[in-house]
Design a binder for this molecule. Structure first.
Ligand code: ADP
Ligand code: MG
Length: 702
C-alpha cells in the first residue's frame, strides 16, 4: 500500500525543536530563527568550519594560540574581591609538567566551583596564551569530566550562529536531531549511488555534520553531493508530479474564431511587436491542443505582456467560456484592469475587477456575474480564489508576477474550472539553469523586443556624497513639470527600518519642496497607498510630484509623467530589481533619467553590477550578468527571484546535478507514475522529508 501520509519513520523529525531534550522555549526560539521550527530543519543546518580539539599536549609542550584540550588538576580558586568586578575570577591548575591559570571575567563562583572543584581532574579545551611568561586560558570553550574524553577530543563542527546561541548549545541540539534520524530505504538509483560512491542518506548526513578536516566542508565532497542531490531530486520530482497531474487532465481545446480579438487589434493605438505576435501564436496553438496549457510568458517591464494575455483570454471568451487574470497586489490588479477594460469594452466584452476591497453588494454582483457566466472576464487579486467564487465555465487563467504566489495558490485558481489553461507571466528574466531548478521544463514564450518609440532610460551612478546634486537635479525636473520617484533601500530585510529611512528622506525633501512630496511604504494601508499613488499619477487630490517610496512601487504604477528616479543605496538591491524599478519611468514621451546613488561600502563587484545596469537596458542580459557576478547562490537567495530556496544545494557547485535530477525525476514518473514500487515508496519518504507533501497527492492513484 503506497504511503499517503507522512510515514511514521519521519515523525521524530517533524516535531518542534523544543521536543529535543534540554531545549526550552527560549533556546527553541533562537533555533527557530536560525534554522526553522522543526527538528528536521536542524538537520539541514550544515557546518561551515571546524575546530580541532584533538591536540592534547602536556603543558610544557603547549603551543600558545592553538586550540588544545588539556587534562588538568584543579589547584585553587581565586575569587575577585566582591566590590571589584573588573578583576577576573582565576583558577590555578596544573599537570605533571607545568601550571596554567584559567581566567573568567564576571565568572559565577557557584558555577565555577561545581564545574572545576579543587583537587579534581578535568578536561579543559580552548586556546591558551602567555601572559607575563605564564600560561593562561581565558574563558575555556569546554570544561568536562575525563569520562567525556571521546566527545570533547574530536574535530568539532562550527555552525553559523545567531545571537543567543553558542556553538555548544547549537551543536548539542543538532546532535540530538541527528539522533532522531533513522536509516531510510534508499530512494536513489543504485547504479547512480555506486558510480558516484555515495553512502546512504543517514550516513551522508552524519558525515556532513562530522567533518574530519576542512576539506570535508566542501560542496564537492560525496556526502554533501548526495544530500544536495536528494534535495534537488525531491524538488524536481515534486514539480513534475504537479505538472504531470496538470497535463494528464484532458484539456478542452480552445480555438476562438478571432472576432473579439480582431476588434481589440483595431482598437489598439499601436502595432503589436513581432515578439508579441509570436507569443500570441504560441499561446494560441497551446490552447488549441488537447492537453492543458502551462506556459510562462517572460518579458521585461514594459514589453507589453498585458495585451498578449488579453488576447489569450479573449480566445477563450470567443468560445463562450470565461477567463481570469490574477495579480499579486491590489495596485497591480487595478492597473491591469485599467488597461484591459477599455479594450474589452471596445470588443463588447464585459470585464470586472475583484479584489479584497470589494465587499457587500458590489462584491455580490460580481460573484453572481461570475457564477452565471454573464461576466466573461475578471481581473483580480487572491480574492479570486476564495471559496464562494464559482465560475460558470473558467477556461483560461493568467497569473501575473507569478513568483509572488505559491505553487499551491497558482493551482487553486486553475482548479476553479475544468482543465483550465494557465499562462504564467513574469518580468523577472530567469536564466536557464534557474528556470530548471524552479519549474523543471516549462513551455516558455519570451518578449524580447521593446515596443517602438519607447524611450530608453539614461542611467547614471554616483556616490551618496553627491546627494545635494541629486536634489538640485530633482528641482530642475520639477521646474519643467516632471515627476520624480525617490526610492529608499531595503535595510537588513526589516520593514520597520526601511520605513524609518524613507520617512526621514520624506521629511528632508519636504523641507525643500513642501507639500509636493508624498510618501508610500509597505506599512501603510492599501487605501492610504492608493490615495498617495493617485495623487502622484495626477488623478485626484492636490498633485504630488516627488514620491518617496520603499520598494512597494516596484511593480505596477503607470505614471507616464514620471521622468526621474533616484535610488538610494542602489548597491543593496538585486540587479533585476533595480531594472524593474527603472522600468517605472520613461513610459511617456519625455526623456527619462535614473540616478543610482551608492554608499561607501560598495565593493568592486558592486560597482561592476551597477555598471551593467548603466550600460544595458536588456533585462535578459542583465539577468545573465547578475548571475555571472554574484553566482547563482545569491541570485537564488534573493527575495524577489521567486525561486525555491535550497537548504543543501549550492547551485554554483551542484549545478551539474540539476539536469541529472530532472532526467531522473522524468524517468521515475514515466515508469512509476503512482510511486508504487519499492523505490517509489522510498521516494515518497524523500518527498515528505523535504516537505513536498502537496506533491505526493499528485502521484497517480492505482
Ligand atoms: P508589462 O510587460 O510590463 O506588463 P504592459 O503590458 O503593462 O507591460 O505594457 C506597458 C505599456 O506599453 C502599456 O501602456 C501598453 O499599452 C504599451 N504597449 C504594449 N504593447 C505595445 C506595443 N506593441 N507598442 C506600443 N506600446 C505598447
Ligand atoms: Mg505588467
Amino acid at each position: 500500500m503506497p504511503q499517503r501520509t507522512r510515514p511514521e519513520i519521519l515523525f521524530p523529525l517533524f516535531a518542534p525543536v523544543t521536543a529535543l531534550k534540554g531545549i526550552g522555549a527560549r533556546i527553541g526560539g533562537h533555533l527557530e530563527r536560525l534554522a526553522g521550527p522543526q527538528v528536521v530543519d536542524l538537520l539541514w543546518h550544515l557546518p561551515v568550519g571546524i575546530i580541532d580539539r584533538r591536540y592534547s599536549p602536556n603543558l610544557v609542550d603547549l603551543e600558545p594560540g592553538r586550540v588544545a584540550t588539556l587534562v588538568l588538576t584543579v589547584v585553587k580558586h581565586h575569587a575577585p574581591p566582591v566590590r571589584n568586578r573588573r578583576i577576573p575570577y582565576r583558577i590555578d591548575c596544573r599537570d605533571e609538567t607545568g601550571e596554567i591559570t584559567l581566567v573568567y571575567f564576571h565568572g559565577r563562583a557557584d558555577y565555577l566551583k561545581s564545574a572545576l572543584p579543587e583537587g579534581e581532574v578535568r578536561l579543559v579545551s580552548g586556546s591558551a596564551e602567555l601572559y607575563d611568561g605564564r600560561l593562561q586560558m581565558t574563558h575555556p570553550n569546554i570544561v568536562a569530566k575525563t569520562a567525556d574524553r571521546e566527545t570533547v577530543m574530536r574535530v568539532q563542527p562550527v555552525y553559523p550562529l545567531t545571537e543567543g546561541l553558542s556553538q555548544n548549545v547549537l551543536g548539542k541540539a543538532i546532535g540530538a536531531a541527528i539522533e532522531r534520524t533513522n536509516e531510510l530505504a534508499e530512494w536513489l538509483d543504485p547504479a547512480l549511488v555506486g558510480q558516484r560512491k555515495w553512502v546512504p542518506w543517514q550516513q551522508a548526513l552524519m558525515a556532513a555534520h562530522a567533518p574530519g578536516d576542512k576539506k570535508d566542508l566542501e560542496p564537492a565532497m560525496p556526502h554533501r553531493m548526495r544530500l544536495a542531490y536528494d534535495e534537488l531530486l525531491a524538488s524536481q520530482l515534486a514539480i513534475m508530479l504537479v505538472r504531470s497531474h496538470v497535463r494528464r487532465q484532458a484539456g478542452h481545446p480552445i480555438a476562438g474564431n478571432g472576432r473579439l480579438r480582431s476588434r481589440v487589434l483595431r482598437a489598439l493605438p499601436f502595432e503589436l511587436t513581432n515578439s508579441q505576435k509570436t507569443a500570441i501564436d504560441e499561446i494560441g496553438s497551446d490552447m488549441a491542443a488537447g492537453h492543458r496549457m502551462l506556459r510562462l510568458l517572460q518579458g521585461d517591464v514594459g514589453s507589453g505582456k498585458t495585451v498578449v494575455a488579453l488576447m489569450a483570454m479573449l480566445n477563450a471568451v470567443e468560445t463562450g467560456r470565461q477567463a481570469a487574470m490574477m495579480a499579486p497586489t491590489e495596485i497591480l490588479a487595478q492597473q491591469h484592469y485599467a488597461t484591459i477594460s477599455p479594450l474589452a469594452e471596445a470588443a463588447g466584452v464585459r470585464c470586472a475587477l475583484l479584489t479584497g476591497r470589494y465587499k457587500g453588494k458590489a462584491r455580490d454582483a460580481i460573484v453572481a456575474g461570475v457564477a452565471d457566466g454573464k461576466m466573461p472576464l475578471v481581473v483580480g487579486t487572491h480574492a479570486l480564489f476564495q471559496d464562494d467564487i464559482i465560475f460558470k465555465d473558467l477556461a483560461m487563467a493568467v497569473v501575473d508576477e507569478q513568483h509572488r504566489f505559491g505553487v499551491h495558490q497558482r493551482l487553486l485558481l486553475a482548479e476553479k474550472g475544468a482543465a483550465v489553461d494557465v499562462l504564467l507571466m513574469t518580468a523577472t528574466p530567469i536564466p536557464r539553469t534557474l528556470m530548471l531548478a524552479a519549474y523543471g521544463d516549462l513551455d516558455e514564450s519570451q518578449l524580447r523586443e521593446k515596443p517602438a518609440g519607447r524611450k530608453s532610460v539614461k542611467t547614471t551612478t554616483a556616490s551618496i556624497d553627491r546627494l545635494n546634486d541629486a536634489v538640485a537635479g530633482v528641482e530642475r525636473q520639477l521646474d519643467t513639470g516632471g515627476k520624480v520617484f525617490w526610492v529608499c533601500p531595503l535595510v537588513e530585510e526589516s520593514v520597520t527600518v526601511d520605513v524609518a529611512a524613507a520617512t526621514a528622506r520624506h521629511a528632508a525633501l519636504r523641507e525643500r519642496f513642501g507639500d509636493r512630496v508624498g510618501l508610500v511604504h509597505g506599512k501603510m494601508l492599501g487605501k492610504e497607498k492608493e490615495a498617495v499613488m493617485a495623487r502622484f499619477a495626477g488623478k485626484d487630490g492636490p498633485s504630488i510630484d516627488v514620491l518617496v517610496a520603499t520598494t512597494v512601487i516596484e511593480v505596477g504604477v503607470d505614471v507616464p509623467d514620471a521622468t526621474v528616479m533616484v535610488i538610494e543605496h542602489a548597491e543593496r538591491f538585486g540587479l533585476a530589481q533595480l531594472h524593474q524599478l527603472r522600468g517605472r519611468i520613461g513610459r511617456g514621451d519625455r526623456d527619462a533619467t535614473c540616478l543610482l546613488l551608492y554608499g561607501h561600502q560598495i565593493g568592486d563587484t558592486g560597482r561592476e553590477r551597477l555598471r551593467v545596469l548603466r550600460d544595458t537596458d536588456d533585462g535578459f542580459e542583465i539577468a545573465e550578468q547578475d548571475l555571472r557576478l554574484r553566482g547563482a547562490g545569491d541570485v537564488l537567495g534573493t527575495r524577489q527571484s521567486g525561486l525555491p530556496e535550497f537548504r543543501l544545494v549550492d547551485i554554483d557547485a551542484h549545478g551539474e546535478l540539476l539536469a541529472m535530477a530532472r532526467d531522473d525525476a522524468r524517468m521515475i514518473i514515466e515508469r512509476d507514475p503512482g510511486l508504487e514500487t519499492a523505490r517509489g515508496n522510498a521516494l515518497r519518504t524523500l518527498l515528505y522529508l523535504f516537505e513536498r507533501d502537496a506533491a505526493v497527492r499528485f502521484a497517480r492513484a492505482g
